[in-house]
Unconditional design. Sequence first.
Length: 321
Amino acid sequence: MSILIYIDQAEGHVKKASLEALSYGSALAAQLGTTAEGLVLGASKDELAVLGAYGVKKVHQVSATTLDHMDAQVNAQLVADAAKAVGATVIIFSNNLSGKAIAPRVSARLQAGLVSGAVALPDTSNGFVVRKNVFSGKAFAQVEVRTPVKVIALNPNAYMISKGEGSAEVSVLDIAPRPSRIKVTAVNKVSGKVPLGEAELVVSGGRGLKGPENWGLVEDLADLIGAATACSRAVADAHWRPHHEHVGQTGLAIAPNLYFAIGISGAIQHLAGVNRSKVIVVVNKDPEAPFFKAADYGIVGDAFEVMPKVIAAVRKLKGLA
Ligand SMILES: Cc1cc2nc3c(=O)[nH]c(=O)nc-3n(C[C@H](O)[C@H](O)[C@H](O)COP(=O)(O)OP(=O)(O)OC[C@H]3O[C@@H](n4cnc5c(N)ncnc54)[C@H](O)[C@@H]3O)c2cc1C
């Protein structure tokens, strides 16, 4: 029995969400008196041995050029085969875009119970009970997993990264990916921008900004602090911003360290996509705006007066003014 943690990469670099999954999986291994091992699919530009500092003794790697583009069906087959090869009984993913696509497929392949959206270590004192988010983060459920093999997808930002000492043994796992049923014909990247799904800092605008011509207020702050930009659905529906920037229940769900919301009301459907952010700052001229209830810091004021002052203050802080 051991724990296998799927290490998700973006362009060959280990994602922060995977460091959380590694820390979580290693803590669970210690709790269960077993070992935690990592699994990387595809080539890595990072030194994988350093992942030992997050508690894993071993990192298995399956390398094949066909793995350069994420294909959930192929990756699920590889993770399931790897889990069988190493005798893993708990498989951990981050509940990010890749994890959401791969974990359910792995669970089906291994006939394993799946908990997606886990927010805490399982209670193993009497069974295997995992706390997870439900109703778009409005409530929690305790889910008991009764199958011999278990799959957990950990919500980003739900578990603190814990880094210590040590290095991991890196070994190549001899498992062949099956041919993909899809062919990637083109990849169009938004160059020079921080990808929203992975961003640590996000500046976002809502209908309170009145029109696309005022987005300089969002972009100036985002550029200054190296943040990605996002928007409410109302804004994307009005074609002020592209739909890939829309966050919320029907848009992207994000979990940055900072979510800076300007002129957004904080409707429940918007909050569903951003309420896992570590720190939420809200600028809204209506003191009764629902977003203030979810905010860590709030500024009641007109964005057109407040934001130039915020931007000037950040510029000064950075020694640019
Ligand atoms: C099924 C369903 C799914 C949905 N999914 C999503 C989703 O995924 N994401 C999402 O965002 N929405 C979603 N919505 C829409 C959601 O309910 C809201 O309508 C939307 O989030 C409102 O966007 P907004 O806050 O930008 O605009 P508004 O509701 O118009 O709010 C604008 C805010 O700006 C403030 N404001 C106005 N002027 C200023 C100023 N000068 N300075 C500062 N503040 C100002 C106002 O006080 C107000 O709070 C969904 C709705 C449904 C029914």
